[in-house]
Design a protein around this ligand. Structure first.
Ligand SMILES: Cc1ncc(COP(=O)(O)O)c(C=O)c1O
Length: 397
């Protein structure tokens, strides 16, 4: 047999559970889709208008490698307003969407055979991106303690530290977390930073849900607040979530300044920079009008969280750890042992789309097979109807 040139880390990639379920009925008008990480709102008009104007003004050419300067300056300003951090604009790059920022950070850090320690459960594209660059994925699972009256997700730092070795290049943390809504606190961030600094390990901090917090703060604790500018810190951010811009594919990466030129080369090689006219929409998103929309979005999500809370309060078999941030309910269902099959049945028989818990890590068979994830950034009535369809389906399990 001739040699197969396909890399084994690519051959072993498998469609993740969210894609498998959504692929069954994407766009079906009779189905209530709660499976993806996006709200049901169309991007607001002032953002669409800014992009339309850019199109009409002929902004249809290559736009430069790391994003246009007015957008990078607007991102700088955003960080100052939301987290009080004054970033050198040379630390800000827009390679395309946040997903591409994740891939870029991993490309910067990992050779084949290196490993990345990832706090889980986590959105599957993160660990698949690590696999794609040839890295070994090691999970540090959040603990879910259900005994207290107010159960919480918590991170045992030893689970991260004990898995790091000479081939560990990065610790990947997503806070506020998808799917849990867990938020990492500054004392733990400092401890991880201290550990990583001593060992030459980078931190990739995925903060795409940074402003979707429900305790009155403008932003969840950011690694940018505890780190020094030249730390090996890569912070991922996105326009997708807080501004309802999932289809635009614009996000950003904050990185050490010393790697800026190489990131310029990488963004050209990976994507020749972000979409020209979309960047003008992104500038509008970072305006005061954009801040107002972002706050409305947060209130809408807060209302969605209450809808789910009320639902869960009335259930015997469904419970959750009330999320502190992001816009997901990670629902635990007593008696559920195959979340993918259940999610597929929900599409076929109950006409509601959820993400199966098993998609959110590969750390052990059945690690999250009693869970399904729903996105509550939705119209309250539609969300309630979706939840009652799930309830009925579970009853017949
Ligand atoms: C944790 C996390 N990081 C990154 C992304 C990707 O964001 P974008 O749509 O900007 O690529 C998502 C999207 O679901 C996410 O949940």
């Amino acid at each position: 047999m001739t040699r197969d040139p396909i890399r084994s880390s690519i051959r072993s990639l498998e469609a993740n559970g969210i894609g498998l379920v959504a692929g069954m009925a994407l766009g079906d008008p009779d189905l209530i889709p709660l499976w993806f990480g996006e709200s049901d709102l169309v991007t607001p008009a002032f953002i669409r208008d800014a992009a339309k104007k850019a199109l009409d003004d002929g902004k249809t050419f290559y736009s430069g490698s790391r994003g246009i300067m007015p957008l990078r300056l607007a991102v700088k300003d955003y960080h100052k307003r939301t987290c009080g951090v004054d970033l050198d604009v040379e630390r800000i790059s827009l390679p395309g969407a946040a997903t591409l920022a994740v891939v870029t950070a991993l490309q910067i850090l990992c050779d084949t055979g290196d490993n990345v320690v990832i706090v889980s459960p986590i959105w599957p594209s993160i660990f698949q991106a690590a696999q794609m660059v040839g890295a070994e994925v090691r999970f540090a699972r959040l603990d879910d303690d259900w005994r207290s009256a107010t159960p919480r997700w918590s991170l045992d730092l030893e689970k991260i530290f004990s898995q790091c070795d000479a081939r560990t290049k990065a610790i990947f943390i997503n806070s506020p977390g998808n799917p849990t809504g867990w938020i990492m606190q500054p004392d733990q961030q400092r401890a991880v930073l201290d550990f990583a600094r001593k060992r030459g390990i980078a931190i990739i901090s995925d903060e795409v849900y940074g402003t979707l917090v429900y305790d009155g703060r403008e932003h969840a604790p950011s690694f940018l607040e505890v780190a020094e500018p030249d730390d090996n810190l890569f912070v991922i951010n996105s326009f997708s979530k807080a501004w309802a811009m999932t289809g635009w594919r614009v996000g950003w990466l904050v990185h050490p300044k010393r790697i800026a030129d190489q990131i310029g080369v990488m963004t050209i090689a990976n994507n020749t920079g972000p979409t020209s006219f979309a960047q003008f929409g992104a500038i509008a998103a970072l305006s005061p009008e954009g801040d107002a929309f972002r706050h409305e979005m947060r209130e809408r999500c807060r209302a969605g969280r209450e809808v789910v809370q009320k639902f869960v309060d009335g259930q015997n078999r469904i419970r959750w750890i009330r999320p502190e941030g992001a816009f997901y309910g990670f629902l635990h269902m007593d008696g559920l042992t195959d979340s993918l099959k259940f999610a597929q049945d929900l599409v076929r028989k109950a006409r509601v789309g959820v993400a199966p818990g098993s998609a959110f890590s590969t750390d052990g068979p059945g690690a999250h097979d009693s869970f399904v994830r729903i996105c509550f950034a939705q119209d309250a009535e539609k969300l309630s109807e979706g939840l009652s369809r799930i309830e009925k389906a579970l009853a017949s399990l």
